[in-house]
Design a protein around this ligand. Structure first.
Ligand code: MLT
Length: 265
């Protein structure tokens, strides 16, 4: 199920299970492949499911400095090469995983069959967010990820999740606490440097599914609706009772939405 995939300069930890039409899940920041647990269980029964820990996250090795979203996208293409997956894949990314999805489309278009975008954005960060990210990137290198964990946990979940599923919040806290400060720091710098890709959307002639938690305050319903409207061939689904981590918070509804999308396209 889990395997180490050796790329030219780095070893990555990759979930790989099932057979058939490949479906790739890319986690958000600062998480790892375990955020997709419910999706991995569900979809590996019917197709090949690939879910890496991006470099610097989970059990993957990290690399210092800055990791741009383009680097993450190229890592995924290299993973597919190593796994000898040559057919186009369905790419499902959440938040930072969505930032990587845009770059995967730009750089590896022929490898893409469908796109699933969960709780993500297309605009670049405003100047104050870039500045915050740079400060946080320094802070985690010096002090670890504990402060970041609390700041993120305050923004990630719906009121319902916070009230009724404290164990889920704790699980995400543990994931963030065990994440490498170097990996977190490099991804923060990479996110701060990412371009605005709004103008790409109208060219993305590919079946797409846009999913957003009704209470997502990081990538809001309004913002994601605009993304869906600009994509030439997109479906749009709001997930009630979910915040920013809709696949984790409302797995049954998200899985059902993805299943229907895969069946039709
Ligand atoms: C994520 O969930 O990946 C982050 O919220 C992305 C971000 O910080 O922009």
């Amino acid at each position: 199920m889990m395997r180490i995939v050796s790329l030219e300069e780095i070893e990555l930890n990759v979930y790989d299970a099932g057979e058939g039409d490949p479906l790739v899940f890319i986690h958000g920041f600062p998480l790892d492949h375990t955020m997709w647990k419910a999706q991995l269980e569900e979809f590996s029964t019917t197709q090949r499911v690939i879910a890496p820990d991006l470099r610097g996250f989970g059990q993957s090795e990290d690399s210092p400095g800055i990791v741009p979203m383009e680097r993450f996208a190229d890592d995924i293409a290299e993973i597919l090469d190593q796994l000898q997956i040559t057919v186009p894949v369905t790419f499902c990314g959440l938040s930072m995983g969505g930032y990587v999805a845009w770059q995967f489309w730009k750089r590896h278009r022929s490898r893409l069959r469908r796109l699933i975008l969960c709780d993500t954005r297309v605009i670049e960060d405003p100047p104050e967010t870039k500045q915050n990210r740079r400060q946080t990137s320094e802070q985690v290198l010096n002090q670890g990820t504990a402060q970041l964990a609390e700041a993120m946990l305050g923004k990630m979940f719906s009121a319902q999740t916070e009230e009724s599923r404290p164990e889920l919040v704790d699980e995400v806290r543990r994931t963030i606490l065990r994440t490498s400060p170097m990996g977190v720091s490099a991804a923060l710098l990479g996110m701060a440097a990412r371009p605005d890709v709004t103008s790409w959307l109208s060219q993305m002639q590919i079946p797409s599914l846009v999913i957003v938690g009704e209470e997502d305050t990081i990538s809001t319903v309004q913002e994601m609706k605009k993304i869906a409207d600009r994509l030439p061939d997109a479906e749009f689904q709001i997930i009630p009772g979910a915040g920013h981590l809709s696949p984790l918070e409302q797995p049954a509804l998200v899985n059902q939405t993805i299943r229907q999308f895969l069946a039709v396209h």
